[in-house]
Design a protein around this ligand. Structure first.
Ligand code: TYD
Length: 208
């Protein structure tokens, strides 16, 4: 029996999810929950090394290799961070999770969605986040918001067309799982996005 709740944040690069992450943690802590913040790919020593390889823009890899590395990091993340925290009654907030693989590796790279679904079953069994906040912005807005002062990683280097496919895949998934995935209009002013996040999380927080 797990007693904590599992919340994941998703969006195309530049959607503003990192900014909202701090707000989400604040809301949960105000409600008296112990919170563990983590990210994917990454979250464990092995996962962070895989992340470095996956984001390195001098690295070339087959799209299936990319997917397998994402799920390898995820398997480790579940075992070492997510499941232990949930079992201790903590709330886990992960900056990205499996929906990102469906959006980027299937939508963006064109991998067969059934192969990803098989990897998902293999690594996660029946585990799904309790709530996923999908921060939606048009691709042009996301591209403007990606920090221009630091070098772009292997994904951020992709063309607008790639991110349009990623966004479409996220929106399709949100329509497929409307109970779990909530769409937040992240093109609004920061204060309005925060209000939308708070409203969306209210039910989960009050029942946690
Ligand atoms: P991101 O979460 O955007 O971190 P930062 O805010 O530091 O740039 O970077 C992770 C990248 O990895 C992002 O471009 C999406 C990609 N990604 C996938 O392609 N598939 C996945 O399953 C995950 C978890 C991430």
């Amino acid at each position: 029996m797990t007693s904590g709740k599992f919340i994941t944040l998703e969006g195309i690069d530049g959607a503003g999810k990192s900014t909202q992450l701090a707000w989400i943690v604040e809301l949960l802590e105000q409600a008296g929950h112990a919170v563990v913040v983590t990210r994917e790919p990454g979250g464990t020593p092995l996962g962070e090394q895989l992340r470095a390889l996956l984001l390195d823009k001098s690295m070339t890899m087959h799209a299936e290799t990319e997917a397998l590395l994402m799920f390898a990091a995820r398997r480790e993340h579940l075992d070492k961070v997510i499941l232990p925290a949930l079992q201790q009654g903590r709330w886990v907030v992960s900056d990205r999770f499996t929906d990102a693989s469906f959006a980027y590796q299937s939508g963006g790279r064109g991998l067969d969605v059934h192969k990803l679904a098989a990897l998902e079953r293999w690594t996660l069994g029946n585990l799904q986040p309790d709530l996923t906040l999908y921060f939606d912005v048009p691709v042009e807005v996301g591209q403007l918001r990606v920090d221009q002062n630091r070098p772009k990683d292997r994904f951020e280097n992709e063309q607008a067309e790639f991110f349009r496919r990623v966004r479409t895949a996220y929106l399709d998934r949100a329509r497929q799982f409307p109970e779990r995935i909530k769409i937040i209009d992240s093109s609004l002013a920061l204060a309005d996005v925060k209000t939308a996040v708070e409203r969306t999380m209210q039910t989960l927080i009050s029942h946690g």
